[in-house]
Design a protein around this ligand. Structure first.
Ligand SMILES: CC(C)(COP(=O)(O)OP(=O)(O)OC[C@H]1O[C@@H](n2cnc3c(N)ncnc32)[C@H](O)[C@@H]1OP(=O)(O)O)[C@@H](O)C(=O)NCCC(=O)NCCS
Length: 192
């Protein structure tokens, strides 16, 4: 894998979206409200107790020490609708852990998460030369599971009774997508 610390997190563009490196520039009451909205954080491990100041502190960390973490912005109207990241990246194993949060509920179901994720996967495989992107999702989070399946992520395992979400025990899935254009990945799958 290429040395990630030689990269500056770039701005990525798709047809409708711009993905800009996250920073304190994106701190807003709107973003705080996303993180305190039970419908948004119901399947996440954080949320419900954010303030403008705690979000500012969280974003300051990434402003000083950037990782592959982007704000998702609709180009038309320059509207911040969510965030996406691949962090941490494991350089030795050439893999990265993906996560997404679309905070603007009016933007759900319009293909924005899919469009942003495709651009990030493309960047991770073609530029960073990762061979595998991993993620964790609560099985009951149908919208997220469907999104990942449509993007070609496959379930690698299930953590039974992983945690309590919406007041009940839920399983968590570990999912992954491989860089099938990488000859090492192809060789591995041919030999195993
Ligand atoms: C999950 C989430 C990222 C989906 O974002 P989105 O922008 O609405 O998703 P998209 O519109 O890009 O949908 C992509 C695909 O997933 C499917 N999908 C999305 N929402 C769905 C739903 N509620 N039910 C069934 N399928 C759904 C769509 O069919 C779509 O496929 P298609 O384009 O081929 O039809 C968003 O709801 C979210 O951020 N939720 C809160 C935070 C969260 O749970 N994050 C994930 C943590 S693991």
């Amino acid at each position: 894998m290429k040395e990630t610390n030689t990269f500056i997190t770039p701005t990525l563009e798709t047809e409708r979206l711009k993905l800009e490196p996250i920073s304190i520039k994106f701190c807003s009451n709107k973003y705080v409200n996303w993180l305190n909205d039970p419908e948004i954080y119901q399947y996440l491990d954080n949320g419900g107790n954010y303030t403008y100041n705690s979000l500012f502190d969280y974003l300051s960390k990434y402003t000083e020490d950037p990782v592959f973490f982007w704000a998702i912005i609709i180009k038309k109207g320059n509207k911040h609708i969510g965030n996406i990241k691949v962090d941490p990246i494991n350089k030795k194993n050439q893999s990265g852990e993906y996560g997404i949060l679309m905070g603007d509920k009016n933007s759900w179901g319009q293909g924005y998460a899919k469009e942003a994720t495709k651009a990030v996967i493309d960047y991770c495989f073609k530029v960073l030369e990762l061979r595998k992107i991993t993620l964790g999702v609560i099985k009951d989070n149908i919208a997220a599971v469907k999104l990942y399946q449509k993007l070609g992520f496959e379930t690698e395992g299930t953590y039974k009774m992983h945690g309590i979400y919406n007041g009940k025990f839920c399983d968590a899935l570990r999912m992954a997508k491989f860089n099938l254009e990488d000859p090492r990945v192809n060789n591995y799958f041919h030999q195993n």
